[in-house]
Design a protein around this ligand. Structure first.
Ligand code: C2E
Ligand code: CA
Ligand code: CA
Length: 760
């Protein structure tokens, strides 16, 4: 009895220690184990009461606690087994049934003092003289035991099931627990069967708790880990070669053999191959470095990365090393792809702008003695093509152009797509021929059959004289050259020169300062007298002059073409027309009603202004007779949108304006057009007639034109009249009016008034 008590106390202390350790453990299973261990204390406590109780009542309580404690412990054991074996899918009804049965069992055990259906007791005196109440089983005790065995059976089943179904590797894990239970079960059965007066089974329970604690919380399954590690090594996608301290390959994993297509798993063969590839014999390598090599597999090029690590034992002695081989082929390919995307244009596959400029800089630097051209290409009206035919067609054209550039560029050139429809190409000067490029630019034909829009490629060439310029500036210059051909239908290719740059700077200056010029009154109307054959001044043409703030006095030739190009002419003309009206209004106020003024109208004015409304508003504002404001138009006005233009002209005439055909004879279709144009006066410029080689021929034509005008009842004004001789023959031919240096140059209003105004 004493030994039993001591054994029980010692085991209980150990159990308490296990409980404390389990409580501190962070393993997921710890909670389960903890509950199981604590529940094991219950029957132990029951037993302790039995041993020290001595009285009938306490013994009764001890037995009851023992029975109930066993129930609770078995329930927790079941739960533990379930968690330990990771079996989550136990059916709810099974669980509920077992809980209910155990609960009923507990109640019936508790009711034993009433009915004695579980057990009775009879006192015995032990060797040491103490009293011990021995248990006499009644019918229900067997039911209780059966229930216990059912629970134990369930636990064992779970473990056996796992043991059978799990991978071989894991069997150890379940076997240890099963063995533990087996030992306890045998111990237990023995005590029940042997009918030894004192129930020693408690020792079994506690032992069981301790073992379960040990295997669940403390035990490190080295065998399992070894197996796992070697599995990991052989399954690793990296190739691994292990070397002994002498540098001999003692093991290589499957991946290593697979990488090098070695079938017979011969480590020596593999070692040779690897050292050949690395050019390092003998291995090992410098462990601080990573070696990258490409390995030609015939069909495929592998990119492999090698790194070697030394292996030390616990005392820090070198025991060998391993070589890690990583297959970087996919990564390398991805890098290459990313590099490609970062440097190339997605649509055409050509270099993108950044990469093009970088490549240009490099090529120029690497070949300092070679001469290069920077060439820009641009699709005329690309935006329009995109708008009309859609961006898919636009894209197709861009791709086509890219292919063409690809085709015509020589191997020593670099080229790329800069943006939208702009392409750049750097080419050795001696590879370039103008013909090639003009031909090439024509080889980007219609992309779609139903597309009747001529695709015109413009090419600008900058001969790189100044290599210190940034590539982007070089290409800008090529595009400046293109800007200079914008309105020339025939021209495909233009060269940059410094004049071009000056021109463009000039254009920018003019366009940029017009607004201020108009506001400050720097833009002024000059007047050139128109006289009749008797020499009397009948009127004047208004010709614009610009007293530019920084550039001085500018004739219209210096700025009108620019303003026409960018349509700013409209603002200037509106201003000049109003100035003309102000002069007429002033003269009217001063009682001079007989002089008319004629103003010039540019084709762009028709495009952007409602000409009829504008002039009607002007004469109404200044209360003028429309016949005093003559309007000079040129043939080009009716080149497009003929019907509307003719209508406007008709309306202006109906209102009372007099329309003059300016620069007659400068165009092509003049004579035939004359019949259809509702014009009042014909202006013939002498300079167009004297452009012919044969002055006599010119005169004949002039004669004819004047006759034709007479037939059509149109007065003729000859402008550009410089000599007395011209005046004479023009008079003879029947010319009605003259304008030219012979009579007067264009002058300011003040000068004009001083010269002619007062004379009569
Ligand atoms: P245009 O309308 O044909 O004007 C006649 C040009 O011939 C004027 O040149 C005039 O100065 C010049 N001229 C007159 N008599 C003679 C002569 O005997 N010999 C020579 N060699 N030239 C003579 P200007 O003033 O330089 O004007 C040039 C052109 O600028 C004008 O040609 C006209 O097309 C345009 N222009 C002038 N002012 C205006 C304006 O206010 N609005 C618009 N839209 N265009 C204007
Ligand atoms: Ca004119
Ligand atoms: Ca003219």
């Amino acid at each position: 009895m004493i030994t039993y008590t001591i054994a029980l106390i010692v085991l209980t202390i150990i159990l308490l220690f296990c409980i404390a350790r389990t409580h501190a453990s962070t393993k997921p299973i710890a909670g389960c184990v903890l509950r199981l261990l604590i529940s094991a204390l219950l029957p132990v406590l029951g037993n302790a009461i039995l041993v020290v109780g001595q009285t009938r009542a306490l013994s009764m309580a001890g037995y009851i606690l023992y029975f109930i404690g066993t129930d609770v412990m078995l329930l927790f054991l079941l739960r533990y087994a379930q968690v330990y074996c990771s079996i989550e899918h136990i059916h709810l009804s099974v669980l509920v049934t077992s809980y209910v049965l155990v609960a009923i069992d507990m109640i019936l055990v508790l009711l034993n003092p009433l009915w004695y259906h579980v057990f009775k007791m009879h006192p015995i005196t032990l060797n040491d003289g103490s009293t011990y109440y021995q248990l006499d089983s009644m019918w229900y005790h067997y039911i209780h035991l059966s229930l216990n065995y059912v629970l134990v059976f369930a636990v064992v089943s779970i473990l056996v099931y796992k043991l059978v179904t799990c991978q071989r590797l894991y069997r150890e894990k379940y076997t240890v627990i099963l063995l533990t239970l087996g030992v306890v079960a045998i111990w237990e059965t023995y005590y029940i069967a042997a009918n030894i007066p004192i129930d020693m089974s408690m020792i079994g329970y506690v032992m069981c708790g301790i073992l379960i604690y040990y295997f669940s919380i403390e035990y490190v399954p080295y065998f399992l880990m070894d197996r796992m590690l070697s599995n990991i090594v052989s399954n690793l996608s990296d190739g691994l070669l292990f070397f002994d301290e002498g540098g001999n390959c003692i093991y290589a994993n499957d991946s290593a053999y697979r990488l090098f297509h070695i079938q017979d798993s011969d480590p020596e063969k593999l070692q040779h191959l690897v050292s050949d590839l690395l050019g390092e014999d003998p291995l090992p390598l410098d462990p601080s470095r990573i070696y990258t090599r490409t390995y030609d597999m015939g069909t495929q090029k592998l990119t492999l990365e090698f790194s070697q690590r030394n292996i030390f034992d616990r005392r820090n002695l070198l025991i060998g090393s391993f070589l890690n081989i990583q297959d970087r082929t996919d990564e390398e390919r991805r890098f290459a792809m990313e590099r490609y995307l970062a440097t190339h244009d997605k649509l055409t596959g050509l270099f993108n702008a950044d990469h093009f400029y970088q490549s240009v800089a490099r090529l120029l630097e690497e070949n300092p003695d070679r001469e290069y051209l920077m060439i820009g290409a641009d699709i005329k009206e690309f935006k329009l093509i995109n708008d009309i035919y859609g961006s898919r067609t636009g894209d197709a054209i861009l791709v086509k152009l890219a292919r063409t550039i690809d085709h015509y560029a020589t191997p020593e050139s670099v080229y790329g797509r800069i943006n939208n429809d702009k392409f750049g190409l750097l080419m050795p000067k001696d590879h370039f021929t103008e013909e090639l490029f003009v031909e090439g630019s024509k080889n980007v034909p219609y992309v779609e059959a139903d597309m009747n829009f001529p695709i015109v490629i413009h090419i600008g060439v900058y001969d790189i004289k100044d290599r210190t310029l940034a590539p982007i500036i070089m290409l800008d210059r090529a595009f400046l050259a293109i800007a200079s051909i914008k309105n020339d239908l025939e021209k495909r290719l233009a060269y940059y020169d410094d004049h071009l740059r000056d021109d463009i700077l000039w254009e920018q200056k003019i366009s940029g300062s017009l607004e201020e010029g108009l506001r400050k009154g720097d833009v002024v109307p000059f007047l050139q007298a128109q006289v009749d054959p008797s020499g009397k001044v009948r009127g004047a043409e208004i010709l614009v002059r610009w007293n530019h703030e920084t550039e001085g006095f500018l004739p219209p030739g210096r700025f009108i073409p620019i303003l026409e190009k960018n349509s700013m002419i409209v603002n200037m003309d509106r201003y000049i027309w109003e100035s003309a009206c102000q002069i007429l209004a002033k003269w009217k106020k001063e009682g001079k009603q007989d002089l008319y003024l004629s103003v010039n109208i540019s084709p762009k004015d028709f495009y952007f202004l409602n000409i009829y409304d504008t002039f009607v508003e002007l004469v109404e504002k200044y209360e003028l007779d429309p016949r005093l404001l003559r309007l000079e138009i040129t043939e080009t006005i009716v080149m497009s949108d003929i019907q509307n233009r003719l209508k406007t002209i008709e309306m202006l005439r109906d209102y009372g304006f007099i329309l003059e055909m300016d620069d007659f004879g400068s165009g092509y279709s003049s004579l035939s057009m004359l019949k259809n144009l509702p014009i009042d006066v014909l202006k013939i410029d002498m300079k167009f007639l004297y452009q012919t080689d044969d002055p006599m021929r010119g005169r004949t034509i002039l004669d004819l034109v004047i006759q034709l005008a007479k037939d059509l009842d149109m007065p003729v004004i000859a402008e550009g009249v410089e000599t007395k001789e011209q005046v004479d023959f023009l008079t003879e031919m029947g010319c009605d009016m003259f304008q030219g240096y012979y009579f007067a140059k264009p002058v300011s209003l003040r000068d004009f008034e001083q010269s002619f105004y007062f004379e009569g």
